[in-house]
Write a protein that binds this ligand. Structure first.
Ligand code: URA
Length: 189
């Protein structure tokens, strides 16, 4: 069984994502290797690309505030992105870019074995629930058996970057965030 550092070292060399050509560096997942909750975002932005760590910009700061609101810290969770390289001008990742980074994400999830996977935004969710709409399922605990996945429990949330500049979404996200401890409690029952 590979450790997270081994997984990241392997994929930094072998990932075939074409965004490698324009990105400064890879942005692997980061956080507690024994986390009960894994957050999956979309792709690194400018700050993440420069630092090589996920969610270090404005969206990351907002995420840290929301974690604090449920008595959690970044050190308690693991956070990663579906795509590990910054798309130019932060455009949506293309299907082939998501495909090229898919196995890297899968190995992270298998190594951590979280009880709950939280999707940050539509793009992260669409990888696993292509037919659901984020406006309908945000804040709802979804249960689905996906071959090879370490958990059957998923919680889709709005993306913190989208919510930062939209008061309505911000309120929804803050209230949905409170469902994380409730979901964990339910999963453990
Ligand atoms: N948005 C994301 O989806 N991921 C990051 O790492 C930063 C912003």
């Amino acid at each position: 069984m590979k450790t997270l550092p081994e997984i990241h070292e392997y994929w930094k060399v072998h990932c075939t994502c074409e965004l490698k050509a324009t990105a400064t560096q890879a942005v692997p997942g980061d956080g507690n290797p024994h986390a009960e909750v894994v957050f999956i975002g979309e792709a690194p932005g400018k700050n993440e690309d420069l630092e090589g760590r996920p969610f270090v910009g404005a969206a990351g700061k907002f995420l840290a505030e929301m974690l604090a609101s449920i008595n959690m810290q970044r050190e308690d969770i693991y956070i990663t992105n579906m795509v590990k390289y910054r798309p130019p001008n932060n455009r949506d990742p293309l299907p082939e870019e998501k495909e090229a980074c898919k196995e890297w994400l899968h190995e992270e999830l298998v190594a951590i074995k979280p009880k709950l996977i939280v999707f940050l935004g539509r793009i992260a969710m669409s990888n696993f629930f292509p037919d659901e709409k984020i406006s309908v399922v945000h804040g709802k605990l979804l249960k689905k058996n996906i071959a090879g996945m370490p958990t059957n429990y998923f919680l889709p949330l709005y993306h913190p970057a989208a919510a930062l500049y939209n008061g309505g979404l911000r309120e929804e996200l803050l209230s949905d965030f409170k469902k994380i401890p409730l979901a964990l409690k339910k999963i453990k029952e």
